[in-house]
Design a protein. Structure first.
Length: 95
């Protein structure tokens, strides 16, 4: 059963190496290279989005590759939240 009030953030949404056809929803300048679940979780936690990691899930467009996903609170449009998470990952990587 789906969690109401939650958005699904797949690593493919934020991955600079993916094309839009492969699932990236952000522009290349706002994307990060190969984001990991723990990075997405930490960035979402800093934003106060109550992340829940589901590591055993596979992105539907690449069903053969188990990449996991992160469920976050639905506080706005998915692209805006994904962009904020991506910026958080960039800040973490700079340190």
């Amino acid at each position: 059963m789906r969690d109401r009030g939650k958005l699904v953030i797949w690593p493919a949404y934020l991955d600079l190496t993916n094309s839009r056809k492969d699932g990236r929803i952000l522009s290349k300048k706002n994307s990060v290279k190969q984001p990991e679940l723990n990075e997405i979780e930490k960035a979402a936690a800093k934003l106060g989005l109550n992340p829940e990691v589901e590591a055993d899930k596979a992105y539907p467009k690449s069903w053969w590759k188990v990449s996991g996903r992160v469920l976050v609170d639905n506080n706005g449009p998915k692209t805006v939240i994904a962009k904020q998470i991506s910026q958080g990952i960039k800040q973490m990587r700079e340190k």
